[in-house]
Design a protein around this ligand. Structure first.
Ligand code: GCW
Length: 726
């Protein structure tokens, strides 16, 4: 009996061990830096032969970190420890460093690759052919190393290499909406990764891995706190904590920025006002900035949400955005810091269409900001909806730097239970033609400084990172973090290329997996648009939590938070008339764009109800009435989730069981939520159209009242005591 028990116990222990080791290997913590072991012996031999010797003098902390990364990668993937050498250069040698760190080898790097660019090439060094990874700076070398590892991770050849790359955008920044109490506004992946209480004494391994992951895709900045900022972030106690994080990030080329509350001089400094033109206020900020730099000599600067959604700002004191931004910019300029000033402003007291307000407020200020101010503009004019047309400010302020703000966290895209690959959304915006400088004036060219080389450039992504073991809540949400980094580096990359790399690095190189799953990813955002907000509908989700459908919402705190404000459904039709007969928001675009979207014959279906109020019986391109088309989109959106499930089911055995099961379960949740979106919206809009749901479609399971009455408690992402919605 005793022996049996013992046996059982050890079996259990073994099982536990296996489980634990599986969990460790496959829980998604390693992100796209999985470095899984190559199993194809031919490939292993191929790489091993190329990488027998290594010349990589680690003369700085950054080079040391890059060297460690290379060693981890080679060891994990190939069980390879190249012989460190100083003299053997031949076709089996990898030479890595800057011209300074490789002094004796007379390496040259063209100026054109800039401070962060790198070269990976098969070339002659000391008259001997080898693989050289070089850059002007240490961080450039690190980027080169990560990209060399990517070649191995994605099983590329390392023969005849000739890669030269550099970022097209200078400030490539993650914006964390993390509060000091560790809640995360619109965060769906656990708590804030910043453990403020334990800082500065305790450095969580996560901070290091976060920095590695960012550096691997070239992200070089992190705004660590919520734009709805707490003035305390600037207090000495927090500056010490921030300093500890900065010390970790520095090695990986990442600068820290903070979101500041405009009224900090009052709240923290005890001044009577935060009026930006008041000399005492100016002095307070200048002193504060000097203090920050005494802790963090390479501090990046400030992000500011001012006069928006209740936040204080210069207008609170009768001043303008220019007054506010320039005052902070002057304080930061001596230290080379920047101000990222958000254009996400709207006010329900302004009687105009919300989508027009940022343009109206900011365009008149073109050319008036200091040159270390960059205006941060969301991709669309409302608010990170599943689909929006590009923001009309892009291209409209030719003398002002504009940085793109994308949202990685899926506030409006199904939180962390829906598989939505956002790259197609990013590309749709980036490749939109603004026509502001004639044909080909894409948003991408505008934000990369293509029309005005003097302007600084930037791209921000609202982070989807938290304490969940896999960082982002959904294994596939990691792809949005990854894609953001790749786009910030080069906005013209294709979503398919990025998905391909990410899948290979994160899961497997098995084409039987990569190809069908890539298809799922590329289709996923359109699916979600279809079951949430097809044909240009927007902002019809649950009030305040933004969870699930809420097209009936008409009693939010402010009219411009009501769904009815946006869809304007009535017995005649549906949609927001933004043509000249309506709000005329279209006038904010160039005539070519305006003309295209204003004309019902040319307006793409995708934007139809964004710009037009259309009759229910209107004949669509497909031949369907608008009503039938709308119903069709909702049903096909939900159906596509079922299709996605079928594809994923076939992937069992091609990926580790943990992540397979996790995605499987999440797809189940996604399906039920997609069905709820579909049924709730179709039933609600039917109360206006009074038209039938075609009999080819199954009837919704419940009456409309059922969906309207549903309650959800403690929905994530809002913090505080807001525990209920709808
Ligand atoms: O998308 C909305 C969110 C707010 C957010 C705001 C903003 C940080 O619902 O939670 O606040 O945008 O971007 O400032």
């Amino acid at each position: 009996m005793k022996r049996k028990l013992l046996k059982n116990t050890s079996a259990l222990a073994l099982l536990l061990l296996v489980t634990i080791s599986n969990v460790r290997a496959d829980n998604g913590y390693k992100l796209w830096l999985e470095y899984s072991k190559l199993t194809n012996q031919k490939e292993v031999v191929f790489y091993q032969q190329k990488l027998r010797y290594l010349i990589f003098p680690a003369t700085s902390a950054t080079l040391k970190a890059a060297q460690a990364e290379l060693q981890t990668g080679l060891n994990d993937m190939l069980s390879l420890k190249p012989e460190k050498s100083v003299e053997i250069i031949n076709s089996q040698t990898l030479v890595i460093g800057t011209p300074q760190s490789l002094k004796s080898l007379a390496i040259t790097v063209p100026d054109s690759i800039g401070d962060e660019g790198y070269l990976i090439k098969t070339t002659l060094v000391n008259k001997r052919s080898c693989i050289l990874i070089t850059a002007k700076t240490d961080i450039g070398v690190m980027y080169g190393v990560f990209n060399f590892l990517k070649l191995l991770q994605t099983r590329q050849s390392v023969n005849d290499l000739n890669i030269s790359d550099h970022p097209r955008i200078t400030y490539r920044i993650l914006d964390h909406w993390d509060n000091l109490n560790r809640s995360v506004e619109r965060g769906y992946a656990g708590s804030s990764i910043w453990n403020w209480h334990k800082l500065p004494g305790f450095i969580d391994q996560r901070y290091i891995d976060y920095a590695r992951a960012n550096a691997s895709v070239g992200i070089n900045g992190s705004v660590i706190n919520n734009v709805n900022a707490d003035a305390l972030i600037l207090s000495p106690a927090y500056l010490l904590k921030i300093q500890a994080l900065a010390n970790v990030f520095r090695l990986y080329g990442i600068k820290i920025y903070v979101s500041v509350k405009f009224s900090s001089p009052v709240e923290l400094g005890g001044l009577k006002t935060a009026d930006p033109l008041d000399p005492a206020v100016k002095k307070w900020w200048a002193d504060k900035v000097n203090e920050i730099y005494s802790y963090i000599p390479d501090f990046g600067g400030f992000l500011v949400k001012a006069n928006s959604e209740g936040q204080p700002g210069p207008q609170t004191y009768g001043r303008s955005h220019v007054d506010g931004a320039n005052m902070l910019a002057d304080a930061l300029a001596p230290h080379q810091g920047i101000v990222m000033w958000r254009a996400f402003v709207y006010d329900n007291k302004v009687p105009d269409d919300r989508s027009k307000q940022a343009f109206n407020e900011f365009k008149p200020f073109d050319g008036k900001f200091r040159n270390n101010v960059i205006i941060q503009v969301k991709n669309g004019p409302i608010d990170f909806q599943p689909r929006e047309p590009f923001h009309p400010l892009f291209g409209a302020m030719p003398n002002t730097p504009l940085m793109m703000e994308f949202q990685l966290t899926q506030e409006y895209l199904g939180f962390s239970t829906h598989l939505v690959y956002e790259a197609p959304l990013f590309t749709e915006c980036l490749q939109s033609d603004t026509y502001t400088q004639g044909k080909g004036s894409t948003v991408s060219r505008v934000i990369t400084g293509g029309f005005n080389k003097k302007l600084i450039t930037g791209m921000a992504g609202v982070a989807n990172i938290g304490t969940d073991v896999n960082w982002c809540g959904h294994p596939f949400a990691q792809a949005n973090w990854y894609a953001f980094g790749r786009f910030a580096w080069n906005p013209d990359l294709s979503p398919a290329t990025i998905a391909d790399d990410w899948l290979r690095m994160t899961f497997t190189n098995d084409n039987g997996f990569v190809s069908p799953v890539k298809k799922i990813m590329l289709q996923s955002r359109e699916n979600t648009v279809n079951y949430m907000t097809p044909l240009g509908l927007h902002h019809i989700m649950g009030v305040s939590t933004h969870y699930g459908p809420g097209p009936w919402v008409d009693n939010a705190g402010r009219p411009d938070w009501n769904a009815t404000y946006y869809h304007k459904a009535d017995s005649a039709g549906i949609g927001f008339d933004r043509t000249s007969s309506g709000s005329d928001a279209l006038a904010q675009y160039m005539p070519q764009v305006k003309g295209h979207w204003e004309n019902l014959a040319t307006c793409p279906d995708e934007y139809l109800l964004w710009f037009h109020h259309v009759k229910w019986t209107y004949k669509m391109r497909s031949g369907n009435s608008l009503w039938n088309e709308l119903v069709h989109h909702y049903y096909s959106g939900a159906e596509s989730v079922k299709q996605m499930q079928l594809t994923w089911d076939k992937m069992s055995g091609k990926v580790d069981p943990e992540r397979f099961a996790e995605v499987n379960q999440l797809m189940g949740i996604q399906l039920s939520e997609a069905l709820r979106w579909r049924d709730a919206c179709v039933l609600y809009f039917q109360t206006f159209s009074k038209m039938p749901i075609e009999s080819i479609y199954p009837k919704p399971d419940h009456p409309l009242s059922y969906y309207k009455d549903m309650k959800f408690y403690y929905v994530p992402g809002i913090g505080g005591n807001n525990y209920m919605t709808n």
